[in-house]
Design a protein around this ligand. Structure first.
Ligand SMILES: [Zn+2]
Length: 73
């Protein structure tokens, strides 16, 4: 019988909004969160007053995780 495996789809696609929120909370607390794809630590980029062009969000060194976030000042 043919069965659809949604778990593999979820793993390969972008994280859900809830997962992203949890991940960002962790990063905000200074915890280390690893990229699902490459296993490198994710980096939280927060806005800087002196740099308005700064792209904010969460990304890994290789760029397989690259979530853009907007921070409200
Ligand atoms: Zn990565």
């Amino acid at each position: 019988m043919h069965k659809l495996d949604f778990s593999s789809i979820n793993n390969s696609s972008a994280l859900s909004f809830k997962q992203q929120k949890n991940m960002i909370k962790k990063l905000g607390k200074g915890a280390t969160v690893l990229c699902d794809s490459c296993g490198q630590p994710l980096k939280l980029v927060t806005p800087k007053k002196s740099d308005k062009q700064r792209k904010t969000g969460v990304s890994c060194a290789k760029g397989c995780t690259d979530i853009e976030l907007e921070f409200s000042a």
